[in-house]
Design a protein around this ligand. Structure first.
Ligand code: MG
Length: 241
């Protein structure tokens, strides 16, 4: 046994003598990353972002039923008009970096899931919850910052009702092959600069009732939910990765 061990380490010593790595062997020069100019201030779109809403109109959006989007544009923000249904982008996306800001309406007498509920639904399928979390208890895997009914946020990063909340979302789309799911979706979510989802691997879609499941799809629109309250959105841009 002793002799075997000695022989092994002796052999390794000889190998390392003759296989010295150089720094250059682990460096590469292409492809060169594309030059992207950062936004003019924090939250402003970088040079390669697709502007989905800049406060002016809903030109990039349509209703979930492929009709003109019926939400309201006022004072540089777009607002859910309750009952008009969800809206979705005309463009389709896969992996992406998304910036979106939202503001909850006055709470009135609404509580829990009825207070300021909307949703950022990636690829029309996977919901990052939008909800008022200002003194508004609810199930934690359905609060703001959650992946709806799959993952509670790492922190409650919501500030106050009536203040703008800033989401930055980093999305790795699921990949499907001929035999079904090849790699699941993965998401990182930052709310108001605070990490609330850290590379969470999704179990599938985000249904209200029942367990998540995957169904094969390709690139799909980004969707915003109408859950019956007049949530406002502004400064929406996306980097198509
Ligand atoms: Mg929702």
């Amino acid at each position: 046994m002793k002799r075997v061990v000695f022989t092994f380490f002796g052999l390794m010593a000889v190998v390392s003598l003759f296989s010295q790595w150089t720094p250059e062997q682990t460096e590469w020069y292409s492809p060169v990353p594309q030059k992207v100019t950062p936004g003019s201030k924090p939250g402003a779109p970088p040079s390669d972002a697709i502007i989905l809403f800049d406060g002016k109109n809903l030109d990039q959006w349509m209703s979930g039923k492929d009709e003109p989007a019926k939400w309201q544009v006022v004072n540089g923000e777009m607002r859910v008009v309750p009952g008009t249904g969800e809206i979705k982008t005309k463009a389709f996306f896969g992996d992406c970096q998304l910036h979106i800001e939202f503001k909850s309406p006055a709470p009135e007498n609404y509580h829990g899931q009825n207070r300021g509920n909307s949703g950022i639904i990636l690829q029309c399928t996977y919901e990052v919850q939008v909800l008022d979390a200002d003194n508004n208890p609810t199930y934690v895997n359905g609060m703001v910052g959650s992946i709806y009914k799959q993952s509670a946020p790492l922190a409650n990063a919501y500030t106050k009702n009536g203040e703008w909340q800033v989401y930055d979302i980093y999305w790795k789309a699921p990949v499907f092959g001929s035999k079904g799911l090849e790699s699941p979706a993965m998401i990182t979510v930052v709310l108001n600069g605070i990490l609330v989802q850290n590379n969470f691997i999704l179990k599938g879609n985000t249904p209200y009732i029942g367990l998540p499941e995957y169904r094969a799809h390709g690139r799909l629109p980004l969707m915003l939910q109408d859950h019956g309250t007049a949530v406002a959105f502004r400064n929406i841009w996306i980097r198509d990765l």
